[in-house]
Design a protein around this ligand. Structure first.
Ligand SMILES: [Zn+2]
Ligand SMILES: [Zn+2]
Ligand SMILES: [Zn+2]
Length: 165
């Protein structure tokens, strides 16, 4: 681990000096010898900020300044966070958030125009059923998006769909 930092050549974020790529936008720190996972004869341009796989310019999409591969191009990404779940049911949102946090995922939720840390408030508000018109979006760190979605798929299978009380 190095204390040195360098600046991403694309988004100007300060990143650790030994980084292979910028975790925020996916730009490779150096492209020499890095090839696209789909086109072995194409030099990679950057990595998808979700799966960290290197891709060439034909494969990557740059969305709001961040590289995404075709498989992840539909995922909403805000800086280093990727949207793993969306619901208009706040109880559902709290349960999903709780399940993710219990399993070691860092989570932020967004239900207005700003991203806020709400974890600390959950103990107070309890599990009242209230349905908000605005969707609650649940974000996890982009590099753990696939893991979080796989976890939620399994978790939901094991959860009664019933409201309970
Ligand atoms: Zn960058
Ligand atoms: Zn990807
Ligand atoms: Zn390619």
């Amino acid at each position: 681990m190095s204390e040195e930092t360098m600046q991403c050549s694309s988004c100007r974020t300060a990143i650790p000096g030994d980084s292979d790529f910028c975790p925020l936008c996916g730009t490779l720190a150096q492209t020499e010898g890095v090839v696209c996972v789909t086109h072995q004869d194409h030099e990679a341009l950057g990595v998808c900020v979700i799966c960290s796989e290197p891709y060439c310019s034909d494969c990557l999409m740059k969305i709001k300044g961040q590289y995404l591969c075709a498989r992840h191009s539909m995922v909403e990404v805000i800086r280093e966070w990727a949207r793993a779940y969306e619901t208009t049911d706040t109880t559902d949102a709290q349960m999903i958030q709780g399940a993710l946090e219990q399993n070691g995922f860092r989570v932020v939720t967004q239900n207005t125009s700003s991203v806020a840390y709400v974890g600390a408030q959950l103990g107070e508000t309890g599990f009242q059923r209230s349905v908000s018109k605005r969707p609650v979006k649940i974000f996890v760190p982009a590099d753990r998006f696939d893991e979080a979605v796989a976890f939620l798929t399994e978790w939901q299978k094991g959860t009664p769909v019933d409201d309970g009380v």
